[in-house]
Design a protein around this ligand. Structure first.
Ligand code: HEC
Length: 209
């Protein structure tokens, strides 16, 4: 399946095709949908293997994924406690990890475990290489993710992979002004002096030149 025009790139507006992708249950959106997909897979494996063998093998896979998540969480905690600068990038992939309730949970977790000042970047996914069957992330999804994380108290939340988007810039949590203006990878303006907002004096954590 190829959905190359699900989103019109300059405006990032989803066309009807995103609904088509969702309707095709490309991903497991809820526990119920997940169970349905799992049962279908078990039935397939069961054509050649015993059900118990297939179930145990699939559970091993689940366990591996859980273990990977646990290791990632541990890595984030370790770096957050150290003096190493930590930023988190969340690649938002339509239907796979774009549920706002999960993004909210993630933001809460980051705030609690790593701190409100840890920057989180919600990056736009683009279909390529092995995942060409999903559309680019709609801008509205990235913007909702950013809003949700800010609501949960994270101070520095960005929209990534969308050159020219306002969400690339750093905003002062004190006065809301642009502290570092960015377009793509270029810095357009810096209004930080000695680690503080030039306008209102609020500290802006970071390693500033
Ligand atoms: C069309 C029949 C068929 C289907 C469907 C199938 N398998 Fe297999 N599977 C085999 C065969 C035959 C082997 C043995 C291959 C070999 O030993 O070279 C095998 C081997 C395996 C092995 C390795 C076992 C070992 O001890 O080395 C695992 C694990 C496995 N299958 C899991 C699954 C799972 C999980 C599914 C469902 C997602 C599945 N298989 C679906 C036929 C099938």
């Amino acid at each position: 399946m190829h959905f190359t025009t699900v989103v019109t790139p300059p405006q990032g507006k989803p066309t009807g095709r995103l609904d088509v992708v969702k309707a095709a249950a490309v991903a497991r959106l809820t526990q119920e949908d997940w169970q349905k997909t799992r049962d279908k897979m078990l039935a397939t494996c069961g054509q050649c293997h015993s059900r118990n063998f297939a179930r145990a093998e699939l559970e091993k896979g689940d366990q591996m994924i859980r273990e990977t998540d646990r290791l990632m969480a541990e890595a984030i905690r370790t770096v957050a406690k150290s003096k190493v600068w930590l930023e988190i990038v969340y690649l938002v992939i339509p239907t796979l990890n774009d549920r706002m309730d999960l993004i909210r949970e993630m933001a809460k977790w980051v705030r609690g475990e790593a701190g409100e000042h840890v920057p989180v970047h919600f990056s736009r996914f683009n279909p390529m290489y092995l995942v060409k069957n999903l559309p680019p992330t709609p801008l509205s999804t990235l913007e909702s993710a950013r809003r949700t994380a800010l609501e949960e108290g994270l101070r520095f939340v960005y929209v990534g992979n969308v050159p020219g988007h306002g969400g690339e810039s750093t905003y002062c949590p004190g006065c809301g002004g642009v502290a570092v203006g960015r377009v793509g990878y270029s810095v357009e303006s810096v209004r930080i002096k000695k680690g503080k907002c030039e306008k209102c004096g609020t500290p802006i954590p970071g390693i500033w030149a």
